[in-house]
Design a binder for this molecule. Structure first.
Ligand code: M6R
Length: 367
């Protein structure tokens, strides 16, 4: 049931603090030590890994792109992220020292399943990050890390995404602790911060009313651009995907640094641009660059909606959707939420069925 919410999607968005808590449960000690006892892949096998390839589709692939930043920084292992349907058609370099991570909410996505089969044929070790216990992908993989988000009914992925990101951060912390890689101070601080994320997710949800009002004022927009840097780039792509699938509005997510290499030609008076702000304290250089990007957009008449930390000086934006402060690699767990609310509210303002958008199925079981 919808538990009093207007849609399953609204319910699932509001379940996110609890869903993330379940992903962390029993895996993150009060001392910051991560244990993934149920993984099914030995530490010995994980210690031999020289390369990681993440395969996934849609929202799960954006989760994978976020994971790349944490895995490379903390574990010092090169990471590639491939759309699962592209993976096996490009002669990928995969061998018995490659860990292939397949991320899938349903565990039944055919494109991702075929990538898993191909990877195992090449001798890779395959780890599934999955929400559905006992689904085909985790059954065929060597090991699995379940997200335990609970059933996700709405076609648009929300709590599954947040818990996928949480699970990959746990995995990155685990590998770093086991292999002794990365900066130990940063890693233990990140582990402690992760434990407090559910509460911060809850506080972002408290801003839903402001976002609904903003969306109601934008029901007639025909195009929205989303830009971000660092992990804000995959968050921007996720925000654009949500808007396309729910509100049927043309949307594009791209790296903010690319703007001047072409897309800035799209900026004309009234063009809406959602900007995922880097943290001013944790990423001052990227924050300053994003401030000048906002100026570029404003100078051409664009309408800027910033998603940024409380107190961010980016108030040159036309609207600021706030999230609590966080370290850079954990920020997507917060910045993705206003974008979910924005897409759902815009779809609602247009009178659309947000649980069952046209042309889409919850689980894509054909290649
Ligand atoms: O079940 P999966 O995680 O493998 O599904 C992957 C994509 O089909 C899925 O994330 C899709 O992009 C969502 N509808 C996005 O909201």
């Amino acid at each position: 049931t919808k538990d009093g919410h207007s849609s399953f999607m609204a319910k699932e968005i509001h379940e996110q603090p609890e869903a993330v808590r379940r992903t962390l449960s029993g895996r993150l000690g009060s001392d910051g030590a991560v244990s993934l006892g149920e993984l099914g892949i030995s530490d010995k096998a994980l210690a031999r890994i020289q390369k990681i390839v993440i395969v996934a589709c849609g929202t799960a692939s954006y989760g994978g792109q976020i994971a790349k930043y944490a895995l490379e920084r903390w574990c010092r292992i090169p990471v590639e992220v491939d759309l699962a349907h592209e993976f096996r058609y490009r002669s990928p370099l995969v061998d018995d020292r490659t860990l292939v991570i397949a991320i899938s909410q349903s565990g039944e996505t055919m494109d991702t399943l075929m990538a898993v089969r191909y990877a195992r044929e090449q001798g890779a070790t395959v780890l599934a990050i999955c929400n559905t216990v006992g689904a085909t992908i985790p059954r065929e993989a060597d090991g699995v890390l379940y997200t335990h988000a609970g059933p996700e009914v709405a076609v648009a992925s929300t709590k599954a995404f947040l818990t996928q990101v949480t699970a990959t951060l746990l995995l990155a912390l685990y590998l770093a602790q086991m292999r002794g890689s990365g900066d130990p101070t940063e890693i233990s601080a990140a582990a402690r911060e992760l434990a407090g994320i559910p509460g911060r997710v809850q506080s972002v949800l408290a801003g839903a009313g402001q976002i609904e009002a903003l969306a109601a004022s934008m029901a007639d927009v025909t195009s929205v651009l989303f830009i971000g840097r660092h992990v804000g780039h995959p968050v921007a792509m996720e925000g654009a995907l949500k808007l396309k699938e729910l509100a049927y509005i043309h949307a594009e997510g791209f790296a903010a640094g690319e703007l001047k290499h072409g897309p800035i030609a799209l900026i004309e008076p009234g063009q809406a641009v959602v900007v995922i702000m880097p943290s001013p304290a944790a990423s001052p250089v990227l924050h300053a660059k994003m401030m000048s990007t906002i100026q570029e957009i404003k100078a051409r008449g664009g309408r800027v909606i910033a998603v940024g930390e409380e107190g961010d000086a980016a108030t040159t934006a036309d609207a600021l959707l706030t999230v609590p402060a966080s370290s850079p690699l954990l920020a997507p767990l917060l910045t993705a939420i206003p974008l979910q609310l924005f897409a759902a509210s815009l779809a609602g303002a247009k009178g659309l069925d947000i649980d069952q958008p046209r042309n889409l199925a919850k689980s894509v079981t054909v290649e």
